[in-house]
Design a protein around this ligand. Structure first.
Ligand code: HAM
Length: 419
C-alpha cells in the first residue's frame, strides 16, 4: 500500500467490477443515441458564477457543496456539480440553437463533484449520463425523456424503481404559491435556519426529512392547487402521453428538486432497494435557465441518471449483467520459438475480434496455466517445441479439460467456430 488513499467520498473503479460500470453507462446512453441526441463533452470545470446563477444561490449544491477555487490567473472556477448549466452554456456559446433545428438534443457522460457528507450511494465524485433537449416547449419532449430513461433502466433488467412526477408551475403561478407557502411556514414552530430557508427558498422546506418538521408540514398548501391553466394543461398532456405509452408513474405533489432552475415538469426515478439515497435519476423542465445565464428564451427539458447508484440498484435486485468475457483465449508459449509463433497468433485472433491474451514473462507451464485460469478464458492455446515441429498448437478447453491439436493456419478459424 502507498502512503496515499483515494480522497474521502471517492472510490476507485477496478477490474473486474469496472466492466459492469462501463456496461451500465453504455446501457443508460443507448436509447438516447437512437433518438436524435448528439454527444456533447464540456469541461470538468466552469466559471463558478455559471452554477451560482444557474443552479441557484440558495441551493445546498451552490452554498455548501461546490469545489470552488481561484486559479493562479485569478479566475473563479468550480468543478462541475452537474451537467445542465455547462451544456446550456456550450450550446449558447456555439450558437447551436440558431442553426434552425430546435430542439437541440444532446447527451453526455461524465464525472461530477459535490462536497457532500459521504454515505452509501452519495459520493463526492460520481458519474452521470445526462440528456438535454434545448429550445422547445412541447409536452411530448418531456414524455420522450421520461420514456427513454425508463427504457434504459429496463434494458438493464431493473424493475424495482418508481417514477415520481410533479409540476412546479411557471413564473406566472409559482410566485402566488410561494407566497401562500411562506405564509403557512411562518406560522410553524421552526428553527432559525429553516425559517431563513423559508424566506429564501420555501419550496426546499417541503423537502425537509426531519420528523418534527414533516409532521408540521401536513396541511401545507400544494402547488398543484395553484397551477395556472397553461401549466395544468401542459402537465395533463405529459401525463396522458406517458399513460398512452404504458409508463407507470406516481403523482408526487411534494416532489422538490435540489436545483433552482426547474419549471413545470419535474420527475425523479427512485429505487426502493437503496435506502436513504434512493434517487437513481432525476430531471425536469428548465424554461428560464437560458435567460438566467444571459441567453435568449430557450425552454428546455432534461435529466441525469446516476451511474453509481444504478450499479447499486442492480446489486440490490441481485442482477448480474451478462457481459462478454474479458478474455476468451489465453496463449501459453513454452520456449522462445513458441513465444514468437503464439504472439503472432494472438494478434491474428484479436484482429478477428476474439478477446485474447498472452502469458508474458517466460513463465513455465504451471505458472502460465494458472494465469490462463485466472483470466477466465474459455480456451488456452498451448505450444511447445514438439508442437511447432508438427506445425500444430494444443487448443485446450478450460471447462472440460479436453485438448485438441490444431494446425497453425487453422487456429483462428477453429476458435471462432467454437466461440
Ligand atoms: P440531480 O438530481 O442533482 O440532477 O442528479 C441526478 C442524479 O445523479 C441523481 O438522481 C443521482 O442518481 C446522481 N447523483 C447526484 N448526486 C450524487 C452523489 N453525490 N453521489 C452519487 N450520485 C449522485 C442533476 O444533476 C440535473 N442536472 C439533472 C437535469 C438535467 N435536469 C435537467 N437536465
Amino acid at each position: 500500500m502507498s502512503t496515499f488513499q483515494a480522497p474521502k467520498g471517492t472510490y476507485d473503479l477496478l477490474p473486474p467490477e469496472s466492466a459492469a460500470f462501463l456496461a451500465v453507462r453504455d446501457a443508460l446512453a443507448a436509447p438516447l443515441r437512437t433518438s436524435g441526441y448528439g454527444y456533447i463533452e464540456t469541461p470538468g470545470f466552469e466559471n463558478v458564477e455559471l452554477f451560482a446563477r444557474g443552479v441557484g444561490e440558495s441551493t445546498d449544491i451552490v452554498t455548501k457543496e461546490m469545489y470552488a477555487f481561484e486559479t493562479k490567473g485569478g479566475d473563479r472556477i468550480a468543478l462541475r456539480p452537474e451537467g445542465t448549466a455547462g451544456t446550456l452554456r456550450a450550446t449558447l456559446e456555439a450558437n447551436l440553437h440558431r442553426q434552425g433545428n430546435l430542439p437541440v438534443k444532446l447527451w453526455y457522460s461524465g464525472s461530477y463533484y459535490r462536497y457532500e457528507a459521504p454515505q452509501k450511494g452519495r459520493y463526492r465524485h460520481f458519474s452521470q449520463i445526462g440528456a438535454e433537449a434545448i429550445g422547445t416547449e412541447d409536452p411530448a419532449l418531456d414524455a420522450e425523456l421520461i420514456l427513454l430513461a425508463d427504457r434504459a433502466y429496463r434494458s438493464l433488467g431493473l424493475r424495482g424503481f418508481r417514477i415520481l412526477l410533479n409540476s412546479l408551475g411557471d413564473q406566472e403561478c409559482r410566485p402566488l404559491y410561494r407566497e401562500a407557502l411562506q405564509t403557512f411556514l411562518r406560522g410553524l414552530d421552526l428553527d432559525e435556519e429553516t425559517l431563513r430557508r423559508a424566506e429564501i427558498n420555501p419550496l426546499r422546506v417541503l423537502d425537509d426529512k426531519r420528523a418534527d418538521v414533516r409532521r408540521q408540514l401536513t396541511g401545507a398548501p400544494l402547488l398543484q392547487d395553484y397551477l395556472c391553466a397553461a401549466c395544468k394543461t401542459y402537465h395533463e398532456e405529459v401525463r396522458a402521453l406517458l399513460t398512452a405509452e404504458d409508463v407507470a408513474f406516481e403523482d408526487d405533489p411534494k416532489l422538490v428538486r435540489g436545483l433552482d432552475y426547474y419549471t413545470r415538469t419535474t420527475f425523479e426515478f427512485v429505487h426502493d432497494g437503496l435506502g436513504a439515497q434512493s434517487a437513481v435519476g432525476g430531471g425536469g423542465r428548465y424554461d428560464g435557465l437560458s435567460e438566467m445565464i444571459g441567453g435568449p428564451s430557450l425552454p428546455s427539458v432534461g435529466w441525469a441518471l446516476g451511474v453509481d447508484r444504478t450499479v447499486l440498484a442492480l446489486e440490490a435486485e441481485g442482477i448480474t449483467l451478462d457481459l462478454p468475457p474479458a478474455t476468451s483465449v489465453f496463449a501459453v508459449p513454452l520456449g522462445d520459438e513458441a513465444r514468437r509463433v503464439l504472439f503472432t497468433k494472438v494478434n491474428e485472433l484479436r484482429r478477428a475480434g476474439v478477446a485474447a491474451d498472452f502469458s508474458y514473462g517466460g513463465k513455465g507451464l504451471k505458472g502460465a496455466m494458472k494465469n490462463a485460469h485466472r483470466s477466465g478464458a474459455r480456451y488456452a492455446l498451448v505450444a511447445g517445441e514438439r508442437d511447432l515441429v508438427e506445425g500444430v498448437v494444443q487448443l485446450k478447453d478450460m471447462e472440460s479439460g479436453e485438448q485438441t491439436a490444431v494446425a497453425l493456419d487453422r487456429i483462428t478459424a477453429e476458435v471462432t467456430s467454437r466461440l
